[in-house]
Design a binder for this molecule. Structure first.
Ligand code: PLP
Length: 376
C-alpha cells in the first residue's frame, strides 16, 4: 500500500530526539526550532514525561469515558492552577481540529444559532471553520456546509458588529496570535471590543489557543495579555508534547448535560498522564519564564540583522519577516546548518516555535547560521 501523498516532504528521516535536538537515520544532529508545529513544549523525550507515560501504559493505557477516570479530575484541577482560568470545565479530545469542532458545536447548542465568524488569515485546523491560511479552495471551503462561516479582516470591529447584529452567529473563533497565517496580533482594544460585542449579541467567544497555549508566549494563554474572558478556550499541540491530546476549557456559564459531547479516545489515561507531566515540567523548570527570557534575547539578536524587515509574535512564537521568499533560506538552514525552522502562509516569513527549554547558546547558533546565509 502506498501513502496518500498529501505532504511535500523534506529529505530528512528523524529517528530519535532529545530536548532541543533531533537525530536522523545517519546520526546527524539537528537543532529543532520548530518543534513539529509548536508541539514540543517541554523538550523531546523529557525523562519525567517518558517515565510517567511508560509507568502508566504498564498499568492502564485506556478505558472508556463511561467509567470514572481520576486522572481527568486531577488534570482539570492542575490545569486550573497552572492556567489561572478559575471555574472553567474541561472536556478532553484528541487534536486541535477536534477541540475546535467541539467548541463550535457547543456554541451552537448553547445559543441555538449556527453561523461562525472567523478572521482572515486565521487557521483553526481542518474544521467547519477551516480557513484562509491557504489559498487552496479545497481547504478554504467549510467542511460542514450547514455551518456557514463569515470571514472578517482582523481588527475590523465594525464588520463584526454588523454580522452579529443579524443574530445568526453562534460563535466568533479567534487566535490571539495567528500561527500559520503569519503571527499577526491586534490591539487589546480590539480583543476587548470583540468580547463586548459577543456579550451584547449572545455569541460565544472561542479563543483558539491550540498553537499559542501552554506557556508558549510566556503567559499560559496568549489571550491573557488582553485581559479578556473567553467562553471557550481550545487547546492541543504543546499540551501533550507529542502525545495526541486536545481539549476545550468551558466557562461556567455554559452548562453540561449528559450526551452533549462525547469521544472514544479523548481523555484516556495515557493522554492525561502526558499532559499532567507537561504541566509539572513547565512549572518545576520555570519554562514560562524561560520562554519570556529567551524571547527577549532572540529579539535583541534579531535587531542585528540589517536584512530583517520585521520581527513578529511574542514569547517563543516568533516570526522573522524578510522582503524576499525564505524557502531557499530554510533549505540551507536544514541541509547545511542542520537547523529546523518553519514557514507560514506569508512566503517571506520564517516561523520559530522551539521547545520552551531552549537556551541562549541555541539562539546564538541559529543567528550565526542565519547571518552566514544572509551575507552570501
Ligand atoms: N488551531 C490552530 C491555531 C492551529 O495552529 C492548528 C494546527 O496547526 C489547529 C487548530 C489544528 O490542530 P490539529 O492539527 O491538531 O488538528
Amino acid at each position: 500500500m502506498s501513502l496518500f501523498n498529501v505532504y511535500p516532504l523534506y529529505d530528512v528521516t528523524p529517528v530519535s530526539a532529545k530536548d532541543v535536538y533531533v537525530y536522523d537515520d545517519k546520526g546527524v544532529e539537528y537543532l529543532d526550532l520548530y518543534g513539529g508545529h509548536a508541539v514540543i513544549s517541554i523538550g523531546h523525550s523529557h525523562p519525567k514525561y517518558v517515565s510517567a507515560i511508560s509507568n502508566q501504559v504498564e498499568k492502564l493505557g485506556f478505558y472508556s469515558n463511561a467509567i470514572q477516570n481520576p486522572l481527568q479530575v486531577e488534570l482539570a484541577d492542575k490545569l486550573e492552577t497552572s492556567s489561572g482560568c478559575k471555574d472553567y470545565q474541561l472536556f478532553l479530545c484528541n487534536s486541535g481540529a477536534e477541540a475546535n469542532e467541539n467548541a463550535l458545536k457547543l456554541a451552537s447548542f448553547h445559543n441555538g444559532k449556527t453561523k461562525i465568524l472567523a478572521f482572515k488569515n486565521s487557521f483553526h485546523g481542518r474544521t467547519s471553520a477551516a480557513v484562509a491560511a491557504t489559498d487552496n479552495p479545497k481547504i478554504v471551503a467549510p467542511l460542514n456546509a450547514q455551518q456557514e462561516v463569515d470571514f472578517v479582516e482582523l481588527g475590523d470591529l465594525e464588520s463584526v458588529e454588523i454580522i452579529l447584529k443579524a443574530g445568526k452567529t453562534c460563535a466568533i473563533i479567534i487566535e490571539c496570535i495567528q500561527g500559520v497565517g503569519g503571527l499577526d496580533e491586534n490591539t487589546t482594544e480590539f480583543y476587548q471590543g470583540l468580547e463586548k460585542l459577543c456579550k451584547q449579541h449572545n455569541t460565544v467567544l472561542i479563543a483558539d489557543e491550540v498553537q499559542s497555549g501552554f506557556g508558549r508566549t510566556g503567559d499560559f494563554f496568549a489571550f491573557q495579555k488582553h485581559n479578556i474572558t473567553p467562553d471557550i478556550i481550545s487547546i492541543a499541540k504543546g499540551m501533550g508534547n507529542g502525545f495526541p491530546v486536545g481539549g476545550i476549557l468551558i466557562h461556567p456559564s455554559i452548562k453540561a448535560s449528559f450526551g452533549l459531547l462525547g469521544t472514544t479516545f479523548g481523555g484516556n489515561h495515557l493522554a492525561c498522564t502526558a499532559t499532567l507531566s507537561v504541566l509539572d515540567v513547565i512549572e518545576k523548570e520555570n519554562l514560562m519564564q524561560n520562554a519570556s527570557d529567551i524571547s527577549d534575547y532572540f529579539q535583541e539578536k534579531a535587531k542585528e540583522l540589517p536584512q530583517l524587515k520585521s520581527i513578529k509574535g511574542r514569547g517563543l512564537m516568533l516570526g522573522l519577516e524578510f522582503d524576499f521568499p525564505i524557502s531557499e533560506l530554510r533549505k540551507q538552514l536544514i541541509f547545511k546548518h542542520h537547523i529546523f525552522t518553519g514557514g507560514a502562509k506569508n512566503p517571506n516569513l520564517i516561523r520559530i516555535l522551539p521547545p520552551l527549554t531552549i537556551q541562549k547558546k541555541h539562539i546564538d547558533s541559529f543567528f550565526e547560521a542565519l547571518k552566514l546565509e544572509l551575507e552570501k
